[in-house]
Design a protein around this ligand. Structure first.
Ligand code: NI
Length: 203
């Protein structure tokens, strides 16, 4: 009887495990990931280990004690990335000294082209404290999976170059690295200030 119980347990367990593994490994659709964030279906955020735009190794733990404002994009993005990064930079400026409590991060979804050198040319356009982060494909995948970020390479017609489709939520994390919520793409600097200022003041 006992052996049968163990056997029954195994039969029930194994499909669950393989399903979880499959969830982890397969490509997730843009809609699925958008819904995961919008409806708070899955935890957002988690550990990452990347290289910053000065070539230094960085992990999420380096930013404990600060709020993290996290954006995923790529430096040759023609439109949405610069707009949202500009709003982030402007918001931090407008917060004055209180803005020091916030660490803005730009994590690339195009590590092939976004080397530390490339990011070093790019991030200062938006804010002096904006940190660009890159890594190998697997390290970037770890970060994007944790934040439920969708991204996919798309050929530009003509075939010589590519762009990267990506989701554009701007994530706000607390001083322990826990997820607080997201700003949707195109949130204005004023709105970010309204949300972040009380959080930056509270200790
Ligand atoms: Ni973009």
């Amino acid at each position: 009887m006992k052996a049968l119980g163990v056997l029954a347990g195994l039969v029930i367990l194994s499909p669950v495990l393989s399903w979880a593994q499959a969830q982890d490994q397969r490509e997730r659709t843009a809609t699925e990931l958008m819904e995961a964030v919008m409806w708070n279906k899955e935890p957002v955020g988690g550990p990452f280990a990347l290289t910053d735009h000065t070539g230094r190794r960085r992990t999420d733990e380096d930013f404990r004690g600060k709020l993290m404002l996290v954006y995923f994009g790529f430096s040759s993005c023609p439109d949405i990335c610069p707009t949202d990064l500009m709003a982030m930079g402007l918001a931090l400026d407008r917060m004055g000294p209180a803005g020091e409590a916030v660490q803005p991060l730009f994590i690339t979804v195009d590590p092939e082209r976004d080397t530390p050198e490339q990011l070093a040319n790019y991030v200062p356009n938006f804010h002096p404290r904006l940190m660009g982060l890159t890594g190998d494909a697997a390290d970037i995948r770890t970060a994007t999976s944790a934040y439920r970020v969708y991204y996919a390479k798309a050929e530009i017609s003509g075939g010589t170059s590519y762009t990267v489709d990506h989701s554009g939520f701007i994530y706000l994390m607390d001083r322990e690295g826990r997820y607080l919520g997201f700003f949707p793409p195109r949130t204005s600097a004023e709105q970010m200030v309204t949300v972040m200022k009380p959080l930056a003041a509270a200790r």
